[in-house]
Design a protein around this ligand. Sequence first.
Ligand code: 6R9
Length: 646
Amino acid sequence: MSTEKVYPVPAEVASRALIDEAKYKEMYKRSIEDPEGFWAEQANEFMTWFKPFGKVMDYDLKKGHIRFFEGGKTNVSYNCLDRHLETRGDQTAIIFEGDDPNVDAKITYRELHEQVSRLGSAMRDLGIKKGERVCIYMPMIPEAAVAMLACARIGAIHSVVFGGFSPDALKDRIQDSECCAVITADFGKRGGKSVPLRANVDKALASCPSVRNVITVKHVGEEIPWVDGRDVWYHEITAAASADCPPEEMDSEDPLFILYTSGSTGKPKGVLHSTGGYNLFTAITHKYIFDYQEGDVYWCTADVGWVTGHSYIVYGPLTNGATTLMFEGVPSYPDVSRFWQVIDKHQVTIFYTAPTAIRAVMGQGNGPVEKTSRKSLRLLGTVGEPINPEAWEWYYHIVGEERCPIVDTWWQTETGGILITPLPGATALKPGSATLPFFGVNPKVLDTEGKEIDGPCEGILAFDTPWPSMMRTVYGDHDRFISTYFATYPGYYFCGDGCRRDEDGYYWITGRVDDVINVSGHRMGTAEVESALVLHEAVAEAAVVGYPHDIKGQGIYAYVTLMTGVEGTDELKKELNKLVRSEIGPIASLDVIQFAPGLPKTRSGKIMRRILRKIAASEVDALGDTSTLADPSVVSDLIDHCPVLK
Ligand code: 6R9
């Protein structure tokens, strides 16, 4: 993975960037030595407070207790909208680029403020109160951002569920946080195909008694069924509601949103983020990491259903008064030049995407890129999974024409914002390394016993101090928050990733050390996929692992033991795949299914996933110690029948 290649900061980039190397070092030192002073200053620079905060930070990681800016009153939607009206009311806030290349729109800060206020008023008219939960299940259209901001405005806690999730997955999430309303659209559009969002909502709501109202955006315009008393049209209620919607005064620690994410065990966790710290950290990271300056056109290709969409399409950019682009489509529609065509069309200067998208378009050769100009670009970014140096180099040389630094940003749903990353004007780049910590972030590397290791080393990435946008709890289950993140290495936040620190102090993320797999940048617990598989009556047992996949980063490999007497046919494979897709969603499509008469187990009955991972990765010469296996012959049978073994 590693390469010793170093790309120094070009002099012209350093001179025009907001932060150069000397400034990074000075600010970083201050942020670690005097975090309270540092964060207090930044909180007053980046946000408007209705009432000043008292204590800057207060924490006890062993108890999962994290507080920033307590007593301070603010409102995230006010920071994203109202305070910009005087200076940039007519500036474009959101550029919308539709799935259909002929559809686009520009929304100014004044228009966005009005739309958010109208929806906020309409939600108040429906009786939605501060602290209630509202589920947002939307395509990538501006109304998704409007819905998030309207919730923030009235103090309702939003829970955005990715539009690619199935009705079942949606139901689980609505039930877990007892949402009182759902905001959705009739249909979404992706790659020319319609996605039946509203029909999915109707299926989910068959068992969600907490939901009083469904607000539907008419996006595609085809017929949908109607439930009287429950359903309202977005365009009707916003037209009827007041454009004056005073923002709720929120305490810094009042919750802003819940976002579900997969862990290594059990059902997805509702990661809870609060107001002040999250707002500050997304704004400061957006500004300095993407070197955002007046006139920039910024495009993050994530979906608002993921944390990247929350922090770096909506909250960070809008707090900074930026112009942020929302793209409804996919990189391959109508053809594989789409990303670069959109960049030329809207003169995008900063482009932030995922390694999986880079690898997919890279696989089509240089032609589709080179036929576009991309002259407007000055900075590139990546997120979601480790980027292999080959894809990094292609992104740098072909897409960015060696002119644009790449920020490889490491972070998680739980961290709320970027923690390890280069700053374009300050950090020499090494392809494949997320490089150095952001201000106020102090990474530690632990050995398996939990002891800190100094200097160049490899181990587990952990943190013993909080940053403002750290998650505050698992919604409704604080014990799970502690047991998942703080019990493994007491006193540390355990993020689940391994890393290497090199002689320059650069961090290289080596991937998950738990049973979480990362498919095209989407996190999935192997346990979730296994639970879906065993729902099938023909399945006795299933074990799921990730394996290296050229485009997705990791693919899903399922070992399935069938009930006695059942035959493993291709038909059954199709059924199993369909089942998993309907339980979780199309992102959980199985790449390989191997029917296995037995799984490798220890004498105490634990499945040895290490061995399954090695077989799936075609590393059968490196199985390691198999002496604890109850029945070693199982392994040779698996190897003999492995469909992908090279
Ligand atoms: C923002 C986001 C988090 C997991 C994380 C890690 C992987 C994200 C990465 C990266 C290497 C990067 N990850 N960015 N690995 N280099 N630049 O993706 O959040 O969906 O919660 O995933 O993704 O394994 O632990 P989330």
